[in-house]
Design a protein around this ligand. Structure first.
Ligand code: AMP
Length: 394
């Protein structure tokens, strides 16, 4: 892995692929600075080494030019977060873009217009990539959130830099966190998978069976397993077409020496609503007219004990319908347990979509070792895939 410290940035112009795909309100003001904050260490490091920075990113999913999705809307936010003057170029390729970039002095920052105003970006167009490459002398990728896409700015343009390309600090941290779980985690290694459906997690489950010692299956996935095992699922979310597969997985886990843990009890609701009447049932005995919406109290105690024994913990997906406060206890409790294990020295990684949202919502962020910034990229990494953006740097 070629990192920032392996290159000399003095008097070099770094073109940095950042992920500034930030949320904007109706007044087009940035409502969450997390992604800009995340890119700050890389930018500041390069400036401190006597380099200049050309920042490229996408924002939203524009079809052609769209003033609402102009990166011009976020220049002041970027400047405020960085504590630096940031200028803006209204295009990201062509003579004007190249002139503006070439005229940068050491210590200066230039933000380019939204890459996705050009269809060539997502198409991974070679010519567009070459034009982008002219904006800098060193290519830095710090956008983990798009590293699973073979787009011009995330992957294709890397080929124009030979040795002068590297991981940004955020990308490096993300990759190292995933490696800590997938390749060199301290045992016992535990993965906690929640979420709605077995069908959307198949490749992740398969890949994790080769990596972990324990696997907790939670959320809506549970009922496909319990039905397969002859249990009653009532009105719970269930994918009968995947019951055979669930049994196969249980067998596979056995042969690989992985212990699969299902909840022993569940909190069910009379309907799919926060205000629904609720009752706790044995996981194998959810009656008709009830649907399992959260892990039950006995389960969370058992999961806590297991979590406290593990040294490496990956969490992907909520344990119940955490969006309903009355059915969020299982998810909160798992988060608290992971936090306690982390405090005891375990390494914990939270990644991929809704578990990150849950951790933020319940104020558990500071209790985890690492929270991934990239949903899709994280999921593909857990599936064991090599991300094109990362391969392009190597
Ligand atoms: P995923 O994107 O697959 O990680 O799924 C996340 C979604 O799963 C969240 O919106 C949860 O509300 C939902 N979910 C978790 N547990 C259940 C459950 N028991 N029944 C229905 N939906 C659930």
């Amino acid at each position: 892995m070629r990192t920032l410290s392996q290159l000399n940035f003095k008097n070099e112009r770094a073109i940095i692929r950042v992920d500034f795909n930030v949320p904007l309100n109706d007044q087009l003001a940035v409502t969450d600075m997390t992604r800009i904050e995340a890119a700050k260490p890389t930018i500041k490091y390069i400036l401190s080494q006597g380099g200049s920075c050309v920042l490229i990113s996408h924002l939203g999913r524009p079809k052609g030019e769209d003033p609402k999705l102009s990166l011009g809307n976020i220049v002041s936010a970027v400047a405020a977060v960085l504590g630096e003057k940031v200028s803006f170029c209204e295009t990201c390729i062509g003579p004007e873009a190249e002139e503006r970039a070439a005229s940068l002095e050491s210590g200066e920052v230039l933000l380019m217009e939204n890459l996705r105003f050009h269809a060539e970006e997502t198409a991974g167009d070679l010519n567009f990539s070459e034009q982008l490459s002219k904006l800098g002398t060193i290519y830095v990728n710090d956008a983990f959130g798009t590293a699973h896409r073979a787009h011009a700015s995330t992957t294709i343009m890397a080929q124009f830099f030979k040795q002068k390309k590297c991981f940004g600090m955020l990308l490096e941290k993300e990759v190292r966190a995933i490696e800590k779980v997938m390749n060199n985690g301290e045992p016992p290694i535990l993965a906690i998978l929640g979420g709605a459906k077995v069908s959307s997690k198949i490749t992740i489950i398969e890949s994790l069976l080769d990596k972990v010692d324990h696997l907790i299956i939670g959320g809506g996935m549970v009922y496909t397993f319990t039905k397969a095992l002859g249990g009653q699922v009532g009105n719970s979310i269930c994918e009968p077409d995947y019951c055979d597969y669930a049994l196969e997985l249980l067998e596979k886990a056995k042969t690989k020496g992985v212990t699969i843990h299902l909840p022993v009890d569940v909190v069910a609701g009379k309907e799919f609503s926060n205000e629904a009447e609720q009752q706790v049932f044995d996981v194998m005995k959810v009656p008709d007219g009830w649907e399992g919406l959260d892990a039950g109290p006995k389960s969370t105690i058992q999961f806590h004990d297991l979590i406290m024994e593990c040294r490496t913990i990956l969490w992907n997906g909520p344990l119940g319908v955490f969006e309903f406060s009355n059915f969020s206890n299982g998810t909160i409790s798992i988060g608290e347990s992971i936090g306690a294990a982390t405090k005891k020295g375990a390494f914990s990684l939270v990644g991929g979509g809704d578990s990150v949202a849950a951790v933020k919502q319940f104020g558990l962020e500071s209790k985890m070792s690492y929270i991934s910034t990239g949903g899709g990229a994280m999921l593909e990494s857990l599936e064991g895939k090599t991300l094109p953006g990362i391969a392009a740097l190597e």
